[in-house]
Write a protein that binds this ligand. Structure first.
Ligand SMILES: NC(=O)c1ccc[n+]([C@@H]2O[C@H](COP(=O)([O-])OP(=O)(O)OC[C@H]3O[C@@H](n4cnc5c(N)ncnc54)[C@H](O)[C@@H]3O)[C@@H](O)[C@H]2O)c1
Length: 250
C-alpha cells in the first residue's frame, strides 16, 4: 500500500524543513521528485537525499510569488522530467507581527507566497492532471488556519484561505480524478520556527497546548503527504488532515 512508483511529484520550498522531508518521503515511496525553491543552489542537500532513495530528481528555481516563474517552471519540469502527477504546495513564510504592527507589505508578501503562489501552481498542473485523469494536489496549510494564534494574524488568515481553497478546488476537479487536500501541522522545529521556539516561555506555551506534549517531526508531515498522494486516498478530497497532536481539538 501507499506506493508511488511511476509517479512524478513537484515539491515547492523543498530546500529545507518540511518540504525537504516531504520530498524524501515521496521518493522513499517510489516517486521521482522535482524540487523547487527560491534559488536552485539551496536544493543541493535535498537533491542528495532524494538520489539516496534511488529516485530521479529535477532541481528548479521557482519563487512562488512570481507568476512568470510558475508559468515557465511547470512546463520546463514537464518537458525535461515528465508530467506532474503530484503537486505539494509547501513553500510558505511566517514573520509574526501582532495586528497593530502589521503592514501592507507583509500582508501582500504572506498572501502572495502562502496563498496566491499555491493557487496558480495548482492551476498550472491541473489541466494536465485532468486530461490524464489522475492527480494529487496537497497544500501545507497549518493548525493556524483552524484556530487563532495571537501574534500572527496575517499568517493565520493565509492558512485559513488555503483550507477554503482546497475545498473548492477539490470540488471543481474531482470528476477528473484529481484530489485536492491540505495537511495542517502543529509546530515543527524548522528554520521557520527555531528562533521563536528557542524562547523557553514560548516553547512551553506551545508544548502546553499540544495534548501529546511534543512538537511534530518533519517526517510525520512527509508520511501524511505520502498517504494523501497515494491511490488508496482516492476518496479523500477537499480535506484538511491535521497532524497536530490534538492542539485543535480543544
Ligand atoms: N514549522 C512549522 O511549525 C509549521 C507548522 C505548520 C505549517 N507549516 C508550513 O509548512 C511549510 C514549510 O515550512 P517549514 O517549517 O519547513 O519552513 P522553512 O522556512 O524551514 O522552509 C520553507 C521553505 O520554503 C521556501 N520558500 C519561502 N518562500 C518561498 C517562495 N516565495 N518561493 C519558493 N520557495 C519559498 C524557503 O526558501 C524554504 O526552503 C510552510 O508552508 C509553513 O507555513 C510549518
Amino acid at each position: 500500500m501507499f506506493r508511488l512508483d511511476g509517479k512524478i511529484a513537484l515539491v515547492t520550498g523543498a530546500a529545507t524543513g518540511i518540504g525537504q522531508a516531504i520530498a524524501v518521503a515521496l521518493a522513499a515511496s517510489g516517486a521521482d521528485i522535482a524540487i523547487a525553491d527560491r534559488n536552485a543552489e539551496s536544493l543541493a542537500d535535498t537533491e542528495s537525499l532524494v538520489v539516496a532513495q534511488g529516485r530521479r530528481v529535477f532541481k528548479t528555481m521557482i519563487d512562488v510569488r512570481i507568476i512568470e516563474q510558475i508559468e515557465w517552471g511547470v512546463p520546463e519540469i514537464e518537458k525535461h522530467f515528465g508530467p506532474i502527477d503530484i503537486l505539494v504546495n509547501n513553500a510558505g513564510i511566517n514573520r509574526p507581527a501582532p495586528a497593530d504592527r502589521a503592514t501592507v507589505e507583509e500582508w501582500d508578501d504572506h498572501f502572495n507566497t502562502n496563498v496566491r503562489g499555491g493557487f496558480f501552481l495548482a492551476q498550472a498542473v491541473a489541466s494536465g492532471m485532468r486530461t490524464r485523469g489522475w492527480g494529487r494536489i496537497i497544500f501545507i496549510s497549518s493548525q493556524s488556519g483552524l484556530v487563532g494564534i495571537p501574534g500572527q494574524p496575517i499568517y493565520c488568515a493565509t492558512k485559513g484561505a488555503v483550507i477554503q481553497l482546497v475545498r473548492t478546488l477539490g470540488l471543481e476537479w474531482a470528476k477528473d480524478g484529481v484530489t485536492v487536500n491540505s495537511i495542517a501541522p502543529t509546530f515543527v522545529e524548522t528554520n521557520l520556527t527555531r528562533q521563536r521556539l528557542s524562547d523557553p516561555a514560548f516553547r512551553s506555551f506551545v508544548i502546553g497546548k499540544i495534548p501529546k506534549g511534543t512538537l511534530a517531526e518533519p517526517g510525520q508531515i512527509g508520511a501524511a503527504a505520502v498517504y494523501l498522494a497515494s491511490e488508496e486516498a482516492a476518496m479523500v478530497n477537499c480535506e484538511t488532515h491535521r497532524v497536530d497532536g490534538g492542539w485543535t481539538a480543544w
